[in-house]
Design a protein around this ligand. Sequence first.
Ligand SMILES: [Ca+2]
Ligand SMILES: [Ca+2]
Length: 472
Amino acid sequence: MSRYRSVGLAAVSLLVVVLAGVPGCHGGEVAGGASSAVSPSAIAPHAASFQGGRDGADTNDVTALGVATCAGALLGDLNGDGSPGVGDAIAILRIVVGLSPANPLADCDATGATTVSDAIIVLRCVVGLELWPVRELFGPRIVAVVVPEEPVRGVFDITVQALAQDANVTMVRIDCTFNGTTQSIDGGEGTVGFDTGSLAGGTIQQFTVVAVDSYGLTATQTYDITVAGIPPTVSITAPADGANVEGAFDVNVIGRAQEPGATLAKIDVTFGGHTQMIDGAGTADLVGTVQFDSLVDLAAIAAVGPAVVNGQYYVTAVATDSLGTTGQAQIIVTVNNYLLHPENVTALAGQSVRVPILLTDTTNVTGFSMTIVWDASCLTGVSVELGSAVPPGALLLRTWYPGALTVAVAGTTLFSPWDEEILALTFTAGTTTGDTAIWIDPAGSTPLAFADRDFEPIWPLPALAPGTVTIQ
Ligand SMILES: [Ca+2]
Ligand SMILES: [Ca+2]
């Protein structure tokens, strides 16, 4: 019996072993003495993972334009150990009989099909009748990647070309990944478009090309792509950070586009939930002023801060250049209006609720008069007490109507300069839940007035703001 025939018989016997699924007989001596202990069950996962690119072993990361090839793969070496073995032959035979999925590495004789002949070739290599390797596979080669030379912004194209390097192998696809998105090119050449989207200008993002051939071998290249758009600068030149503001106040801003060739499109300035826009003039620089009123739209101011009118708030300026890149500046201002207002409070339905009336600056104040108004269907049974800012013994006068109270305090002792509470009303909250307003009527039956110790009127009068009782 020739050695060729004995190897053939060994292959046939291996086929029987595989078909029978007999454990413990997967390796063993083959003519020539070579042995392998690889089991069929250990081969299949590897064959499957190989389709994904040899577990990344062929990845070649480069950051400059060039050529990257996969690490060599060997025809017939299905278990990837670099050597011919009985395990490789068994793996091929499992493909022949349909127990394992097809694997292009099994086609040792390049017939385009996996047959017993392919297993025999591996076994001949095992016993030294043929030279190993049968053939080395080089995998695909990325030959050209055309990326934008300049930093990119918005939609941009990248053209890629890859070649299969091995005989009887074709390019299957090229996977291109940028910013978490992968697009595939069928075959070995094509162009894909990506979008920088919301990526920050001036940052460097990776672009990865993975070429896949019909053997499942891959080649990988990675490039650095700079996102265009150096953010514009912007600053708030007035008011100063931390400044007090009262009533209407101006905000001055200045911005400049930094990206070469870009102009400044606009500056959005925001305070108290309101945004005002300064349009660009088609130039890189933009200077402008917007005005806000810290009194007019109190609801909007309260919406961005605690439920008090005076307090600290952000002023934000966002500059947007002609490429859509933004830069931002922010300061904090303290709204410090001379203000008379009921405090915002929360009440339980049917329960009593105390509502302080606050004056934000009690300097030189010794007396006042005012009319306080509310919805009598929501709040009933009002009682009045002097606030903690008012000295004991001050005279309290009051007249009560459903939904209105006139009250006056006259005295010669100065109010506490560090306390804002000048009066407090206690109501019984109704059973209807929701918000109900309390406000000061400056021209009511007892007009709003403040006086000093000489009974001289204090002027100007404070601004007025409503308070809210939230019934729960
Ligand atoms: Ca092997
Ligand atoms: Ca074949």
